[in-house]
Structures are given as structure tokens and as C-alpha cells.
Ligand binder design. Structure first.
Ligand code: GLN
Length: 309
């Protein structure tokens, strides 16, 4: 197998040279000021090693990648009952689409599109003040990454709140169908804050280890979720983790992944690695353009695929 210590720096150098970097998200003003030239990658292997290259120690807004962690917490709280309020099918629509919700009576297609993630956040808000729910999510991420320095970027949260008209529309719409149990501004307050968690690639790769280890923090470490639950979360990442680009990501990269509009992607090679990549420019589906390309190249070089024999 090629050595990651050589593969990753070469990949980072190749990505640094590319001009076709996509467009940085501009609908959240605080994200539009990020330098599109950034590229970082970190691979946390199940043998405990973490190998990084490029801007792997620079923090970025994890945005929708946080939806993996909120889904995990919500399943822990209400179990399979969650699936009465959220579906498990790819949406085939943009992440912030509103059209499907009307036809499907306020039940979002999956927990990773915005509407679905807002319902998941609403579940976490039960019996909590918004501040407590945000704290619970942040502490969970800190625990997974074994790093208490991870914080919420309050400027990003405020910036999204000021311009999040579509998310307010989605939340109000679901409230009208009875699928949001708290006031839209409360659920969205928590949602904007968990999307605004800032991490670097190294921290993000570490926070995904439990999914690479069948639900355990490390090979013989704490069990975070059952093996079956880890597999199901990975199945959702594969089918829904890149919105209407999920099929193409599965086709080109061949591993479960979850993207965010901050330009990050968390990819999991079960039993082998948790990979975090970051490049702020996005493709037409709102997924990191160079991040996807880099993961495709890495997976091919290492022969990593959930479909490999
Ligand atoms: N916070 C972003 C939003 O709600 C998350 C979207 C994303 O990362 N795809 O629009």
C-alpha cells in the first residue's frame, strides 16, 4: 500500500496548483470572506495514526457536517422513533429546497437536508433550553475528537441567523404541519450554532473515528453507538450526505461522506480510516469542489472503497 506520508503532501501540492476551485458560499456573509486557496487534509487511521497535509490545522466552519453528530445524538435520545418525523431517502433536490415538503406533508426526505436537520435539532431541544442543547452538541463533538478547544464560531452563527430566510421558511412550514415542536426561532437558534462549530481537518477526522470503528472511539475504546447504528449512519451518509450530488460522490469516491458549505467533507472508510478534507470553493451542488476531487484521487491511490473486495 502506498505510504500516506508521501501521498497526502503530494495531493495537497497538486490541489494548491489548481485554479478550478469552485465558488465560496456567499449566502452566509461570514463564509464569503474565506480564502478560496485554502486546502487541508487529515487521515485518522484505525491504528491510531493521524497523517495530515496542507492547511490541516486551520479551523473552518463545519456547517452541515455537524448533522452527523446531531443525528447520532437524536437517535440516542429517541431511537427509531425519529423516523416517524424524518425520512431516509435521497432527496434529489438542493439542500435547502422547500418544494418536496409540501407534497410530503412536512416530513423531510432525510436528516441531512436542511429541513431534516432542523427536525433533528428540534428533537435535541426537547426538555432543554437552546443554550443547553448547543452545549450538549458541542461537548459531544469535543468528546469524539478528544479536544476541548473546539468552539462555536459565534460570528458565523449570527451571520447565518441574519440571512437565514430560507431556513426560517422551512422551519415555519414544518411547524404548520406539526412536525416542529418548538418555536422556529428556538430550533433555528440551535441549528445555526451547531452548523457554526469550527474545527480543523485534524479535529474533524478524529471526531469521525467512531464511524470508522463500527461505533467505538478506537479499536478497543468506548462504545459511542452500536455497530448497527454506525452502519446505518454511514448508509445515510452514502445515499444523502452530498444532497443531489450524492450519487455522483458514491460513483466517483465510493465511500460514505458528509459535506458542508464551509467546504469541508468527512469521509469514512470503514475499518480503515476517517478522512477530513477542506477546500472552501464549492461545486454546483454546494459540495467542496477540490475536496471531492482530492477524495476521489486518494481513494483511488489507496484502493479505498466500500465496494472493494
Ligand atoms: N448552515 C447551512 C444552511 O443551513 C448548512 C448548509 C450546508 O452546509 N449544506 O444553509
Amino acid at each position: 500500500m502506498p505510504e500516506l506520508e508521501e501521498v497526502l503532501p503530494a495531493l495537497a501540492a497538486e490541489m494548491a496548483d489548481r485554479d478550478d476551485r469552485g465558488e465560496v458560499a456567499s449566502y452566509i456573509p461570514q463564509l464569503s470572506i474565506i480564502d478560496p486557496k485554502r486546502f487541508g487534509i487529515a487521515v485518522a487511521l484505525t491504528d491510531g495514526r493521524v497523517i495530515t497535509a496542507g492547511d490541516a490545522d486551520e479551523s473552518f466552519s463545519i456547517q452541515s457536517i455537524s448533522k452527523i453528530f446531531t443525528l447520532t445524538l437524536a437517535l440516542g435520545k429517541v431511537g427509531d422513533g425519529l423516523w416517524r418525523r424524518v425520512g431516509r431517502e435521497p432527496s434529489g433536490n438542493p439542500f435547502n429546497s422547500i418544494v418536496q415538503l409540501e407534497r410530503e406533508h412536512g416530513i423531510p426526505r432525510n436528516p441531512f437536508i436542511n429541513a431534516g436537520a432542523i427536525v433533528v435539532t428540534d428533537v435535541l431541544l426537547a426538555d432543554h433550553q437552546p443554550r443547553e442543547a448547543i452545549g450538549e452538541i458541542l461537548r459531544f463533538v469535543q468528546f469524539l475528537a478528544d479536544d476541548e478547544s473546539i468552539v462555536v464560531d459565534r460570528d458565523v452563527a449570527a451571520s447565518e441567523k441574519a440571512t437565514g430566510f430560507r431556513n426560517f421558511a422551512l422551519a415555519n412550514y414544518m411547524r404548520a404541519f406539526g412536525n416542529l415542536h418548538h418555536a422556529p426561532e428556538l430550533a433555528l437558534g440551535v441549528y445555526f450554532h451547531h452548523c457554526a462549530i469550527a474545527m480543523n481537518c485534524r479535529q474533524l477526522a478524529l471526531s469521525g473515528r467512531f464511524l470508522a470503528h463500527g461505533g467505538r472511539l478506537s479499536q478497543d475504546g468506548h462504545s459511542v453507538v452500536s455497530n448497527e447504528r454506525a452502519r446505518r449512519i454511514l448508509a445515510l451518509m452514502l445515499t444523502c450526505g452530498h444532497y443531489d450530488g450524492s450519487g455522483d460522490f458514491a460513483f466517483r469516491v465510493g465511500i460514505p461522506g458528509k459535506s458542508g458549505v464551509g467546504g469541508g467533507i468527512l469521509g469514512i472508510v470503514p475499518g480503515i480510516a476517517s478522512i477530513a478534507v477542506w477546500s472552501p470553493g464549492l461545486n454546483e451542488n454546494g459540495n467542496s469542489k477540490l475536496g471531492s476531487i482530492a477524495l476521489e484521487k486518494l481513494a483511488r491511490t489507496m484502493n479505498w472503497s466500500i465496494f472493494a473486495p
